[in-house]
Write a protein that binds this ligand. Structure first.
Ligand code: ADP
Ligand code: ZN
Length: 729
């Protein structure tokens, strides 16, 4: 049966592998053992009952407390051509009857129900006429009075198990203390050996905390780093939400508010618009998030301090459910701590007060730690075997780096602040430095300045980090009211070259986010835009959220591998038979047209996408030949004489050297490579920065990033030099 599950994973969902714990859980359920699965939000719980539901003969009941979540699952499964439906009070009586009939005729594999619906006599009657193979109970913590979200209807679900004794039960939750877990197991007859607790770590979330010194500017900067992407901003109070929403709307951002003070119609309308990508940002109180399952939220910003780690974790967990990288930023101000303390002081119950204080202190420990942020976070969830560093939080990245002499970049930045009149924030200064064509740059004619387009050696994020360090060191002051940066006297010293500037350079994105699990190579940007626009059109026409048509990762892989046949389209993550039948032809045509217009070739995707880099490196693993050539090179022979001697083209020699350094070996000396490339120091710096930004797997993005000014021959050489600087020994 496990083989069947693997087959369904690929053919229906288009996924390559099970995630950690999914396989064990599914195999336990398939062997008819009642099972408890505890996994973080975004961990992939749904698959744990969807796959058994598809594999089993008969019907699988899925009990879920929230209609919006049911609805979301039903539409996603329908898109995958899995026959599913739901029964709840939101349906018209016609639809209800239609679904009942489909169930009676055994056309349905998974049936989604609210707990109160399933316990109604009419439903039980209906179910007694079909074969119920499996009962999945989502948000299973609702069953326990000890939980934070107890629901009395859940308490009666054990009657359901008695009624269908041959059905296997799987209970799932993202939050459960040991006491709640015991309670769930006892009520649903789950053996201790059938309890699976996945790690609560979400390695794709980058966690950062910044001192809250100018929150509105900081928020805008953070949002600007994620243009056109979905994000959630959490505020403590309703008035805070309203105020921030108004300001952002005024500044032209696509944003809507969400809090319990808005009426139901507005709340669900705003939520739906966010899910459908009609609006990019939701500013919300903690009331937002329970009922949504949007997988492609790319960032979560905490504008105020959360009251406890549990809440913080739940809220950041709403980012990056699709497993792709997402950013979480907490703005941490001592004023906020004071507010929370004041609030706690008002509590009359001593025990509650103590608890709240303890929770606040745990939260502060996370905000103030100089160690890896994941330590306090995961320790809170009782995980003990933790790595010292995660490399995916601000602290790990800072410690990771030595301070280096950044006097020249600092001078560029400061002089750009000066030339733009000390009126603009960091984001705009960086746009000017990086030669952006943003409207604000052009309107102010900042494209005519001598500091325009001289800062491409760093990514926007790196410049941001640098600017923060300059603020911290007192070189720049931020205008309280407008957020513009102004120079201090100290800045003058650096500008005149009388003082050096040492700071920590943040590693570029590609290197920081090295969890290695996700497919990180960017697809062709032009094609990506076309595919996204098409997805939105199709989604709107079918009244679906765009992610239900195809996930971002799917489009990205299409734009990278450029599949030309159905067979190759099926190799793309998230494309199974259902999606192929529905959208295959359509997307293949778009890809083919684009490739023709831009003379692009399909990229081979023989290996599963997740192991592309592995496949590449084994293909290029240093053979005896590469080693021999590397040794001769190290002994002082140059590339052309080696080529002559071995009767091969110089490019073959270069290829062997590339294989050698790509394996992590170091060539020394490597100066020869630089001589041969004949680039000036400035050009060289630009090329190296471009490799840092775009990676070394493919040269095209680097070539494009350098505005086609450096030839591919030179790039082949400099890639060796670049990789060599990263090699250990
Ligand atoms: P949860 O219910 O635990 O919050 P979901 O079941 O919604 O999480 O899964 C989160 C996301 O991860 C979904 O977009 C889902 O398609 C994706 N996903 C789950 N399992 C896998 C897998 N094995 N491979 C790739 N993607 C997966
Ligand atoms: Zn860390």
């Amino acid at each position: 049966m496990l083989n069947q599950a693997n087959h369904v994973l690929k053919s229906v969902f288009g996924f390559e592998q099970f995630r950690a714990s999914q396989q064990a859980i599914i195999s336990n359920v398939l062997s008819q053992q009642n099972t408890l699965a505890i996994m973080p939000t975004g961990g992939g719980k749904s698959l744990c009952y969807q796959i058994p539901g598809i594999v089993f003969d008969g019907l699988t009941l899925v009990i879920s407390p929230l209609i919006s979540l049911m609805h979301d699952q039903v539409r996603q499964l329908n898109e995958l051509a899995v026959p599913v439906c739901m029964l709840n009070s939101s349906l018209s009586s016609e639809d209800y009857q239609h679904n009942v009939k489909a169930i009676e005729q055994q056309h349905v594999k998974l049936l989604f129900l609210a707990p109160e619906t399933v316990l109604q006599n009419s439903t039980l009657d209906l179910l007694s006429r079909v074969h119920v193979a499996c009962i999945a109970i989502d948000e299973a913590h609702c069953i326990s009075e000890w939980g934070h979200d107890f629901r009395p209807e859940y308490r009666q679900l054990n009657q359901l198990l008695e009624r269908f004794p041959s059905a296997v039960c799987i209970a799932l939750t993202a939050t459960a203390t040991p006491r709640v877990r015991e309670d769930i197991k006892r009520q649903l007859h789950i053996a201790d050996s059938s309890e699976y607790i996945a790690s609560f770590d979400r390695p794709n979330l980058y966690i950062e905390v910044l001192p809250k010194d100018n929150p509105y500017q900081q928020a805008k900067t953070f949002i600007d780093q994620h243009p056109e992407q979905s994000g959630i901003i959490y505020c403590q109070s309703r008035s805070g939400v309203d105020e921030l929403t108004t300001k952002l709307q005024h500044d032209g951002y696509s944003v809507l508010p969400y809090h319990a003070g808005l009426n139901n119609v507005k709340r669900s309308d705003y939520q739906e618009r966010f899910i459908r990508d009609d609006v990019h940002i939701i500013v919300a109180t903690i009331a937002f998030g329970m009922g949504i399952n949007k997988p492609d939220v790319r960032y979560v910003l905490h504008y105020d301090l959360p009251k406890n780690i549990e809440g913080y974790y739940q809220q950041i967990g709403r980012a990056g459910r699709d497993g792709l990288d997402a950013d979480c930023l907490l703005l941490f101000g001592y004023g906020d701590t004071g507010k929370v303390r004041f609030f706690i002081e008002q509590m009359s119950n001593e025990q509650e007060k103590r608890l709240a204080n303890m929770q606040l202190n745990q939260m502060l420990a996370l905000a103030e730690t100089e160690e890896c942020r994941r330590l306090p976070l995961l320790q809170y969830f009782g995980e003990t075997e933790l790595a010292e560093k995660c490399y995916k939080c601000d602290n790990c990245n800072n410690q990771n780096q030595e301070k280096s002499d950044l006097t020249v970049p600092a001078q560029k930045f400061l002089s750009c602040v000066y030339r733009t009149g000390e009126r603009f924030g960091a984001s705009h200064i960086i746009d000017v430095l990086r030669g952006s064509n943003a409207e604000k740059v052009l309107q102010n004619q900042h494209n005519l300045l001598s500091t325009y387009n001289i800062g491409n050696e760093f990514t926007k994020k790196q410049w941001m980090a640098l600017s923060r360090q300059m603020i911290q060191k007192g070189l720049l002051r931020q205008d309280e009211q407008f957020g513009g940066l102004k120079l201090s006297q100290q800045a003058g010293e650096i500008l005149k070259g009388r003082a050096p500037f040492f700071a920590m350079l943040q590693q570029a994105e590609m290197q920081i986010h090295s969890s290695g699990k996700t497919f990180a190579k960017p697809g062709d940007a032009g094609l990506m835009q076309i595919l996204k626009a098409e997805r939105k059109l199709l989604a709107d026409a079918a009244n679906l959220p765009p992610y239900a048509v195809f996930a971002d990762r799917t489009l990205n892989e299409m734009a990278y591998f450029l599949p030309h046949s159905e067979q190759n389209l099926l190799r793309i993550h998230g494309v199974g038979q259902g999606k192929l039948a529905k959208y295959g032809e359509h997307f293949l045509r778009l890809i083919a047209d684009y490739c023709q217009q831009h003379s692009l070739q399909e990229v081979s995707n023989e290996q599963p996408a997740t192991s592309v880099s592995k496949a590449k490196s084994s293909q290029t693993s240093s053979s005896a030949k590469s080693i021999e050539i590397a040794k001769a090179f190290e002994a002082g022979q140059d590339i052309s004489s080696l080529a002559q001697q071995l009767k091969v083209k110089p490019s073959t020699v270069i290829h062997h050297l590339y294989c050698y350094v790509q394996e992590g070996h170091k060539l020394s000396p490597a100066g020869q490579i630089l001589e041969q490339s004949q680039l000036s120091d400035t050009q060289l710096a630009k090329v190296l920065a471009a490799f840092t930004e775009h990676g070394t797997q493919r040269l095209k993005p680097v070539y494009d990033g350098l505005k086609e000014q450096i030839s591919y021959d030179q790039l082949h050489l400099l890639r060796i030099y670049y990789l060599n600087t990263k090699a250990k020994n």
